[in-house]
Design a protein around this ligand. Sequence first.
Ligand code: AMP
Length: 214
Amino acid sequence: MRVVMIGPPGAGKGTQARMLGERFGVPQVSTGDMLRDAQREATPLGREAQRYMDEGRLVPDDIVIGIVERRLAADDSGPGFILDGFPRTVAQAEALDAMLARRGTPLDAAVAVDVPRADLIERLAGRLVCRTCGTMFHRTFDPPATSAVCDRCGGELYQRADDREDRITRRLDQLAKEVTPVAEYYRRGHLLRTIDGTGSRDEVLRRITASLPA
Ligand code: AMP
């Protein structure tokens, strides 16, 4: 199963990508996570990306396309992948198509998760992420059993710099500009599935699974 998840930050893309990956036995590949790993390790690429990410701007296409290309060449991506946070520009979508065409493994679907803007702000401002395993929690809607500790692995939970309230509006404005052309690109290719992202995680997962090819 080869799927890309598109949609705004906070729409639940990451959570759904993780659940879909587990369901289909394929890796969830998140460009945001890979870029944050590179930052943590302070690689040259990580330092370059940080300037953009801290301001809620997109990292340049050539950097992100290179990361995805290397990741999809890994053995565990053979049976497929759930790409989360990529592509975010039409140039990235075209580069992905070219990569997959070279391997003879075209995309099965592009899933757009749709959530009203007011809900997105509420979700992002309360979001907590595990530093060790990347699992997401929410202060109000999905709190961890122990404050600031990950239920899954015991890692430390933190608020991403770009989830601070002053940065969220900027990211949401950015996303309106980025999601529409990418969604259009996949609509033209008849791969777009627009899914209502409101309701419980399991409800959203059921809607997505029902929309995917058998
Ligand atoms: P995310 O975790 O998907 O919300 O991504 C966090 C940040 O990483 C974004 O605000 C961008 O700065 C950067 N980023 C992640 N994926 C991409 C991408 N496909 N293209 C450009 N920048 C990206």
